[in-house]
Ligand binder design. Structure first.
Ligand code: ZN
Ligand code: ZN
Length: 342
């Protein structure tokens, strides 16, 4: 398998909307207007909702929890099935999606973050980053663990095949009206449902845990996205199969994974330890006040300064603790200085 190095084919280095390559994206939205022509037959509505749920599941359980975070284990056949269902959501290839997502966690709400509402505004975090040329390539170096499966590389490359086949099948099964509702409307809802996690869930909701980003827990987004709305939990401890950690945090994707684990289709579901879940109980009043602050995403500069200051303060604390510890070390002990980022 040939893996092109990023240097071999540099992506267009600008974040402007590429109108030409975005025609299909806007086209799918426009096709939704045909609902006013075809009406709303119950069977078409049912297919629309059904395909929304199944494909959202492919994104959350597959693209996100399995491929991006390896939150559970499964065999090669089910792994492919997860990627296939995820691909029908028309959100590009599985390796592209997961590699970009890993990048988001590494740099969340920092300058390098691809889709941070704090850094680049709401629109860009929601769809702008997908519609520009800069981030179109798969960052294979970030997803080497799955890039060794040729079937996944194939699916990543021909990611449009599953959604196109789905659209054709809907047309032949239920005619034009089923195509409009089952593909165009369902896919548009699915896109924006998924994108809210990059945009809205870094803006609206509650912050329970201290993270270096603005991720929030939002019950409404959790319902819309089958559990992804518990985004602050997720950013705090990202590799768990569940994102709702308490009984009231509804997480339909996790419930489905639990059922699949009973049948041994998936196994090794990773869960948060009590130390992680209850970490917030030890927070000071000052910490809580900081967490209660709103995300200032309009006029991104202020919010960015806030984050930079918070990060600098956290680093100072670590530096101070290390320096204090160093004073109590026997003279033969290695100095902690090399650990410090200057
Ligand atoms: Zn996030
Ligand atoms: Zn994630």
């Amino acid at each position: 398998m040939q893996t092109p190095s990023p240097a071999a084919a540099p992506p267009a280095d600008n974040e402007r909307l590429n109108w030409f390559s975005s025609i299909p994206f806007f086209g799918v939205h426009l096709m939704c207007l045909f609902v006013f022509v075809v009406g709303a037959k119950p069977v078409d509505l049912a297919v629309c909702v059904g395909l929304y749920i199944v494909r959202m599941w492919g994104i959350t359980a597959g693209y996100h929890r399995y491929f991006s975070h390896r939150a559970f284990k499964t065999g090669r056949v089910f792994q492919f099935l997860l990627a296939l269902v995820g691909s029908t959501s028309t959100q590009k290839g599985v390796l592209w999606w997961a590699a970009n997502h890993r990048h988001h966690h590494r740099y969340s709400d920092q300058e390098e973050d691809i889709h941070s509402p704090v850094q680049k505004g709401f629109w860009f975090s929601h769809v702008g980053w997908i519609l520009c040329d800069k981030y179109g390539q798969t960052r294979l170096d970030a997803i080497k663990d799955f890039a060794r499966f040729p079937e996944l590389v194939w699916l990543n490359r021909f990611h449009l095949v599953p959604p196109v086949l789905l659209a054709v099948a809907l047309y032949f099964i239920g005619g034009f009206s089923m195509l409009v509702w089952g593909f165009f409307v369902s896919t548009t809802l699915l896109w924006h449902g998924t994108f809210t996690i990059n945009s809205l869930s870094h803006i609206f909701g509650k912050r329970r845990y201290k993270t270096t980003d603005t991720s929030r827990n939002n019950w409404l987004l959790a319902l819309v996205t089958l559990g992804e709305g518990w985004h602050n939990n997720h950013h705090y401890h990202q590799n768990t199969a569940n994102q709702g950690w308490f009984w009231w945090e509804v997480d339909l994707s996790y419930y489905s994974l639990k059922v699949l684990s009973w049948f041994k289709v998936v196994e090794g579901l990773r869960l948060p330890s009590d130390a992680v879940k209850y970490a917030h109980l030890k927070y000071s009043a000052e910490d809580r006040a900081t967490l209660a602050r709103p995300t200032r995403f309009f006029g991104a500069g202020g919010a960015r300064a806030q984050l930079v200051a918070a990060r600098a303060a956290a680093e100072d604390k670590v530096r101070g603790a290390l320096a204090a510890a160093a004073e109590h070390l026997p003279s033969s002990a290695p100095t902690p200085q090399p650990l410090l980022k200057q």
